[in-house]
Design a protein around this ligand. Structure first.
Ligand code: UDX
Length: 436
């Protein structure tokens, strides 16, 4: 089966490479000539474990190719995926659908046969209806159906998530759409991955509801962490204690500096907009967005406290370990590190930082922060070391060496990856999240 993937960003590229790996014939399309030229040479636009090898082997096998021409790319494709960006619109938080609609128009104008058009980009409820209208208005004589098929890929684990999904959600309004999508995902039927067919609007909402629920779960445990600190309890044990209840489940209960990334912040805002448009308030999500926003700065203040308070902190130096919003990605979008660095800089604290993959993206976002070539270079002469992102490389730092290098043995572990006893035994003053 031939599949066209319009948009070769994170979602398009991972999905395209995985479909090709299943044996489909995939063309990835993107307007960015430089990106396509680099992809043809095997150079990835993003960091994602396993992606480069997957692209290389499927391109070599002739199942995966790249083009800037949409007309050429969609020719003969039974399924045409729209996987372009839907950033937050400046000013109001609505998802910006300009790119999605542009692609829909161009697809309609260039259809050369019957095809199913699939929105994989995260789009507000009703977008599929509009895409259908736009394609219909181009006067194409070919049969088409518009289907919603949201992605649930976690950065850093995207290939595994694609190949072994918890579920595949397909929102289709007619049998033609369902039939083509069954064929697209047939390789996963054999894996027994559950496929949920719903209406198109329901499928569009499932994506937002899933992300808003996960963001709520994280924010809930973060608030419990604050309470744990006050009452002298341990948030990790609280998470275990509630997570063992099957109705709650153990995942997404790690307390930390707040969620960031390309999805949760943007999708929760877009959901609030939809709720507002339809006059159906989602107060819980409103509270989650506000609570998470203020948490990031609060984490900066936590570091200031460990430096002796805002006054005493002026002129001191903090080392930030990890800058990306989570490990195994180079993505800095809405990373808590940005607000933390800003809070520290505002208080006159000098900052040195190290991140295994994110420093290039971080540099323009945190001017004045010294980017170092390894964690120990950042730690040298620091008055406090802050673990912001739980990269594996920070899980077994040489505490004795750190103590020698740092000006003061102060460790603030915003991801709770160390045992308080071990760190204190190594002579550090230690603060973490939600552990007395
Ligand atoms: C998320 C969804 O998981 C994925 O299904 C969706 O399609 C895209 O958005 P992603 O943004 O890549 O994926 O990262 P995820 O692993 O979900 O983490 C998001 C944020 O939540 C990170 O900042 C992470 O550090 C934070 N988080 C996650 C916690 O603070 N605690 C947790 O227990 C889990």
């Amino acid at each position: 089966m031939k599949i066209a993937m319009v948009g070769s960003g994170y979602v398009g590229l991972v999905s395209g490479a995985c479909f090709a790996d299943f044996g489909h014939d995939v063309v990835c399309i993107d307007k960015d000539e430089g990106k396509i030229a680099r992809l043809r040479e095997g150079i990835m636009p993003i960091y994602e474990p396993g992606l480069e090898a997957l692209v290389e082997s499927n391109a070599k096998a002739g199942r995966l190719s790249f083009t800037t021409s949409l007309a050429e790319g969609i020719e003969g494709a039974s399924a045409i995926f729209i996987a372009v960006g839907t950033p937050s619109r400046r000013g109001d938080g609505h998802a910006d659908l300009t790119f999605v609609y542009e692609v829909a128009r161009e697809v309609g104008q260039n259809l050369a046969g019957d095809a199913v058009v699939v929105t994989k980009s995260t789009v507000p409820v009703g977008t599929g209806d509009e895409v259908e209208r736009i394609i219909g208005d181009t006067g194409t004589g070919h049969r088409f159906a518009v289907v919603s098929n949201p992605e649930f890929l976690r950065e850093g684990a995207a290939i595994g998530d694609f190949k072994r999904p918890d579920r595949i959600v397909i929102g289709a309004e007619d049998e033609f759409g369902r039939e083509v999508m069954r064929e697209v995902y047939r390789p996963l039927f054999l894996n027994e991955s559950p496929i949920l067919f719903t209406s198109r609007r329901t499928s569009e909402l499932i994506k937002y509801a899933a992300n808003a629920f996960l963001a709520t779960k994280i924010t809930f445990i973060n608030e419990m962490a604050d309470l744990c600190e006050k009452v002298g309890a341990n948030v990790q044990d609280v998470a275990r204690g509630i997570g063992m209840d099957n109705r709650i489940g153990p995942k997404f209960l790690n307390a930390g500096p707040g969620y960031g990334g390309s999805c949760f912040p943007k999708d929760t805002l877009a959901l609030l907009k939809t709720a507002e448009d339809y006059d159906s308030p989602t107060r819980i999500v409103e509270a989650v967005v506000k609570t998470n926003d203020s948490r990031k700065r609060a984490m900066g203040r936590k570091v200031l406290d460990a430096l002796g308070g805002a006054e005493a902190a002026r002129g001191k130096k903090a080392a930030l370990l990890g800058l990306t919003f989570k490990p195994n990605t180079d993505d800095m979008r809405d990373s808590p590190s940005i607000a933390i660095a800003q809070t520290l800089a505002d208080a006159g604290v000098a900052i040195a930082a190290y991140d295994p993959e994110g420093m290039d993206q971080a540099r323009p976002l945190m001017p004045g922060v010294e980017m170092c070539e390894d964690p120990y270079a950042a730690i040298a002469n620091a008055d406090a070391v802050v673990i912001v992102t739980e990269w594996d490389a920070f899980r077994a730092l040489d505490l004795a060496r750190m103590k020698d290098l740092a000006k003061a043995p102060v460790l603030i572990d915003l991801r709770n990856i160390y045992s308080p006893d071990d760190v204190r035994a190594a002579g550090f003053s230690y603060a973490s999240v939600g552990r007395a």
